[in-house]
Write a protein that binds this ligand. Structure first.
Ligand SMILES: C[C@H](N)C(=O)N[C@@H](Cc1c[nH]cn1)C(=O)O
Ligand SMILES: [Zn+2]
Ligand SMILES: [Zn+2]
Length: 476
């Protein structure tokens, strides 16, 4: 196996240009799940995966998750792509998951280059929307298959792949498919691996065993029957924006404390064992300063920053639909505005309870305004937090793979982001789920100038391959 590891690693390094060119191909497909106009591109990206899987000899099935209403239009949800490579009863079966949709991106947001054209800069960074989240990790599974074929090396496991196109928009319909297929398509799965998050810092690889959940809210304030002239009607009507901004200002303090009563009640108390976890991690305040390109952190110690990210809930205000936001000076009173905010949830918070607390609080604050406008509060999508057992052989195998590829033992980390399907896999399949990130903390996922470092991409392919080989030799 040692020889195979070296052979594969050498082959992958030699084919760096090919892998970059293939990444450029998929970055050029603007598969934004959150924009109705981009839905055909999400489908196109799904088809790209289907075709590549077929080219590599995998058997491919798709599942249609149904329909959704977005921007007033009824749209088909993009397919869940299911690929199977190998069905040898003597081998372990590894299920890998990733998503082929991406966050929106506009050059005018502040990108230095066109978000849909992969650009390699002088520092070896591969810039483009979806480069790190999650296109490079998803296609890397394909390159692992291809490298084995080119080298004539026996594939170490049976691989089942599940790629979805709605992760950035709440994974609509996916849970139902996983539960329905638990005893069918996913029947023989022994463990699950997801590559869709980031190293804690920029130097050291990590394995991730926990995620926060997310409850995403829409707070709608409606008033006049149409947008109004502020010179004619300003001061005469209750303005939806004024109500909305008043309500949104009551959700969270400037230092991140959530103001919704009861929201902290179910947060798990800290333990001594947990306190020790924060020691000796490869994480410095400089890492968050470079990742945020600022020194705007609320906390001044690494431990407080990590606790805020991993084990405490947070509430972020994201935007206002219907508000005037363009350059210029339009003197409008918007008739209806929708405030968007989300709460990242942690053990042992329950999404249903969080929704009720938020609704009750906003309604009581709105009543105090004595406005004649109307409001509605709804939770657009919610996914639960997840924590895994790091002593499982799945983690041991991944740890050995990291050691082989990076000559370092990984940190064990939790993550502030959310991948709700992680918990679904754990609960529906009753198997260990591992997060094996490829990218770094400063990759700028969801932000402008998103990138993955060339080294992380290329060695990431190696890492996924080594991980499969380590799983292949596990005796249980
Ligand atoms: C961690 C993962 N790569 C990610 O970015 N997840 C998103 C999921 C999401 C949920 N609602 C919208 N997007 C995230 O954590 O924001
Ligand atoms: Zn992602
Ligand atoms: Zn994402």
């Amino acid at each position: 196996m040692a020889d195979n590891h070296e052979k594969i690693a050498t082959y992958i390094r030699q084919n760096e240009k090919y892998y970059i060119q293939r990444l450029a191909e998929v970055v050029a497909i603007p598969s934004v799940s959150g924009e109705a106009a981009r839905r055909p591109d999400v489908f196109r990206m799904g088809e790209w995966l289907v075709n590549e899987l077929k080219r590599l000899g995998a058997s491919v099935e798709t599942r249609a998750p149904g329909k959704q209403t977005l921007e007033g239009k009824e749209l088909d949800l993009p397919p869940v792509v299911l690929g199977t490579y190998g069905t040898d009863a003597k081998k372990k079966t590894v299920l890998v998951y990733g998503h082929y949709d991406v966050q929106p991106a506009f050059k005018s947001d502040g990108w230095n280059t066109d978000p849909w054209t992969l650009v390699e800069d002088s520092q070896g960074r591969l810039l483009g929307r979806g480069s790190t989240d999650d296109k490079a990790p998803v296609i890397s599974w394909l390159w692992v298959i291809e490298a084995h074929q080119k080298l004539g090396i026996d594939f170490p496991v049976n691989l089942k792949m599940c790629f979805e196109g709605m992760e950035e928009s709440g994974s609509e319909g996916l849970d139902e498919i996983i539960y329905a297929e638990a005893d069918k398509y996913f029947k023989d799965v022994d463990c699950v691996c997801i590559s869709d998050n980031y190293w804690l810092g920029v130097e050291k690889p990590c394995l991730t065993y926990g995620l926060r959940g997310i409850s995403y809210f829409n707070l709608t304030v409606s008033g006049p029957g149409k947008d109004l002239h502020s010179g004619v009607f300003g001061g005469t009507v209750h303005e939806p924006m004024t109500d909305l901004i008043t309500l949104m200002s009551k959700l969270v303090t400037v230092d991140g404390k959530i103001l919704v009563p009861g929201v902290y009640d179910d947060v798990a108390p800290r333990t001594e064992a947990e306190d020790k976890l924060y020691q000796n991690l490869a994480f410095k305040l400089d890492d968050i300063h470079s990742a945020t390109e600022s020194k705007t952190t609320i906390f001044d110690t690494e431990k407080e920053v990590l606790m805020a990210r991993w084990r405490n809930p947070s509430l972020s205000l994201h935007g206002i639909e219907g508000a005037f936001y363009s350059p210029g000076a339009k003197t409008v009173i918007p008739a209806k505005v929708i405030g968007k905010f989300s709460i990242r949830t942690v053990p042992n918070q329950e999404p249903a309870k969080i929704t009720e607390l938020v609704r009750k609080y906003i309604e009581s604050e709105f009543a105090k305004l004595k406005s004649k406008n109307t409001i509605s509060v709804d939770c657009g999508h919610a996914g639960k937090w997840w924590v895994a057992d790091v002593n499982h052989w799945n983690y041991v195998a991944a740890s050995k793979a990291v050691q082989k590829v990076f000559k370092a033992s990984p940190d064990f980390t939790r993550e502030g982001g959310s991948i709700p399907v992680t918990l679904t896999f754990q609960e529906a399949l009753k198997k260990s789920v591992l997060l094996l990130p490829m990218g770094k903390s400063d990759d700028g996922a969801h932000s402008i100038n998103e990138k993955i470092d060339k080294r992380n991409y290329i060695e990431g392919i190696n890492l996924l391959s080594s991980y499969l080989h380590e799983v292949g030799v596990v005796q249980v």
